[in-house]
Design a protein around this ligand. Structure first.
Ligand SMILES: [Zn+2]
Length: 387
């Protein structure tokens, strides 16, 4: 595969690519592809995209168990009914189909949560992590206690077992524990477990419209006290949408200071939040513009690919970015560019940061030189893994 007259960081280059990785970069106009070679002309190249938040254990189940109300609570209830019937083969097959859909949309790094209520699913996704590594896909698995760790006997033990089995990150869901105090306890246990096994942390945090759900500040404080900010991600943080402005300002400052990354999941957030509102109805999205202004790290996740919570997922991260710029009023020229750029730079942060486009590293090719055109069309890049 040859790229001719392609933009790389504002400079035109020619490039040789094999199996999705850069072989060599030449000045534009200096490369003569051999007869019959596969060629892409123009466009631009970046690092491939990274998905910081999805649930591959539940993917492609939406049709099997329709969410009749469309709510978060029914999604959790439907999933709880399906979970005991999961088999390793079923989880593997659905997850693999979804990984392939991600790669087809230019994404080669995927962080998935797995519900520790099913050690069958945990083992299936840990095995899949090794299987897809051979094809150049980096999968990270988060031990996610969907129904909390303190609400019922056995849940904490299963969560710890999933981490011991080899999950890359420790998950939590503090707002789903019985009380604010038990939510705080669950976070201390999360940091303890991550320290004990040298794992990262990825919390489903304050995924509610309740302005009194204030676990994000606790996580930032713990991350600062334990020097772990660069290893911590908080997904959703939708309560921040509804915080009083002075409190939001304080928390956002703390997020930036701690180095904790906030991952917005706009596709799910917009349909699952605001469900207790009549009109006006809240958008239920974290405050991305203010987080950016404060210098905080933000990621954009897809969250659901046809699962019990959201039937409409496509595994195309540009859909999530497109929804985000609409809901977040991020339609200034600079903000739209930044939303697309996030998919191939800060979305890699959970994986240790994006690799530069250089020989030996993976690369993605976009047909449009203008990122806003890519966003308008949701025209994802090619990663050329097989060419
Ligand atoms: Zn999630």
């Amino acid at each position: 595969m040859f790229l001719v007259g392609t933009e790389l960081d504002g400079t035109l280059v020619d490039m040789e690519v094999a199996r999705g990785k850069v072989v060599a970069i030449h000045p534009a106009g200096s490369l003569v592809p051999p007869e019959g070679a596969v060629i892409r002309r123009g466009g631009r190249v970046t690092a491939p995209l990274a998905e910081p938040h999805v649930h591959l254990d539940a993917t492609l189940l939406g049709a099997r168990s329709p969410n009749r109300s469309g709510t978060l609570r029914e999604g959790i209830a439907n999933w709880a009914r399906l979970r005991p019937g999961l088999t390793k083969e079923d989880v593997r097959e659905r997850a693999m189909m979804t990984v392939e859909a991600y790669v087809a949309h230019g994404t080669t790094r995927i962080r998935t949560h797995v519900d520790t209520g099913s050690l069958v699913a945990v083992e299936a996704l840990l095995a899949l992590r090794d299987e897809v590594a051979a094809t150049g896909v980096e999968l990270q698995v988060v031990a996610f206690p969907q129904e909390g760790i303190l609400r019922a006997p056995g849940r904490r033990e299963a969560w710890e077992e999933a981490v011991r089995l080899g999950c890359d990150a420790v998950g939590a869901i503090p707002h789903f524990e019985r009380t604010q105090a038990e939510g705080t306890d669950s976070l201390r246990l999360t940091f303890d477990l991550a320290e004990r096994y040298d794992r990262r942390i990825d919390v489903h945090c304050d995924e509610t419209d309740d302005p009194h759900s204030r676990h994000l500040e606790t996580i930032c404080a713990l991350a600062l006290d334990r020097g772990m900010g660069d290893r911590v991600v908080c997904g959703h943080c939708t309560a921040m949408h509804s915080y009083e402005n002075p409190h939001a300002a304080k928390v956002i400052e703390l997020v930036a200071e701690s180095g904790v990354q906030v991952v917005a999941n706009p596709l799910d957030n917009v349909v699952l939040q605001g469900r207790y509102d009549s009109y006006p109805r809240r958008r239920g999205l974290t405050r991305v513009d203010q987080l950016w202004d404060a210098g905080a790290l933000v990621g954009i996740g897809h969250d659901s690919v046809q699962d019990p919570w959201y039937r409409l997922g496509t595994a195309n991260l540009l859909d999530a970015a497109y929804m985000l710029v609409h809901l977040g009023h991020l339609t200034s020229e600079e903000q739209m560019h930044r939303a697309v750029r996030t998919l191939h730079d800060q979305n890699h942060r959970p994986f240790g940061g994006a690799l530069p486009v250089a020989p030996g590293n993976p690369v993605a090719w976009w047909a449009d030189t203008d990122p806003v055109e890519s966003l308008r069309k949701r025209a994802a890049p090619e990663v050329m893994a097989h060419a």
